[in-house]
Write a protein that binds this ligand. Structure first.
Ligand code: URA
Length: 210
């Protein structure tokens, strides 16, 4: 496994991902499965968050109870498909700050074009998790992380559902300090920049567009 890449090969994740890949899976099921997998990926990506203790009182006695240390996390969704992962993580970490980066892929050059950028403050004091289900060429993800770094973030992780080897290589080259967590690494990209075998266009499948 490439350094800095965590593959979440838990049977539940793999089973749900296979259901998402099937072309007959409905929009409704696709969204639900993505939300469920995002819980499992979020569990993995946050497993080493530092804890501190706070004094609380149970009905029986006071205790020093473990609590996550530091400022609230920041989640940054790469529009629009990132929102599918974002919604699921927010169910687990409802107090997180949320930012959005809007990038579309120029179909000719496959290069990202920015149309929106709204990020939370104090990113230098937060763990920032950037989310996009498909790490394909890696160009959009690398560009989004450029923006997050320009806004001050230094502690960044990237979470996706499917990665192509090309996307992983691009991200490792552009941002070797950013760990990647993914549910699968597929074979390659086709000439249109789609992940093969993949699951098609994640945004279209999630929102029922064409
Ligand atoms: N974006 C998608 O939605 N699917 C791919 O296969 C690649 C990029």
């Amino acid at each position: 496994m490439t350094e800095g890449v965590t593959l979440v090969d838990h049977p539940l994740v793999q089973h749900k991902l296979s259901l998402m890949r099937e072309k007959e899976t409905s929009t409704n099921s696709f969204r639900r499965l993505l939300r469920e997998i995002s819980h499992l990926l979020a569990y993995e990506i946050t497993r080493d968050l530092p804890l501190t203790t706070e004094r609380i009182e149970t009905p029986l006695q006071p205790m020093d109870a473990p609590m996550i240390e530091g400022k609230k996390l920041a989640l940054v969704s790469i529009l629009r498909a990132g929102n599918g992962l974002l919604d699921g993580i927010l169910e687990l970490i409802p107090a997180a700050r949320v930012g959005f980066v809007g990038l579309y892929r120029d179909p000719e050059t496959l290069q990202p074009v920015q149309y929106y950028n709204k990020l939370p403050g104090n990113l230098d004091e937060r763990l920032t998790i950037v989310v996009d289900p498909m790490l394909a060429t890696g160009n959009s993800s690398a560009a989004a992380i450029d923006l997050v770094k320009e806004a001050g973030a230094t502690n960044i992780r990237f979470m996706c559902l499917l990665a192509a080897p090309e996307g992983i290589a691009r991200m490792r080259e552009a941002h070797p300090d950013v760990p990647i967590i993914t549910a699968a690494i597929d074979s390659h990209l086709n000439d249109h920049g789609y992940i093969v075998p993949g699951l098609g266009d994640a945004g279209d499948r999630m929102f029922g567009t064409k």
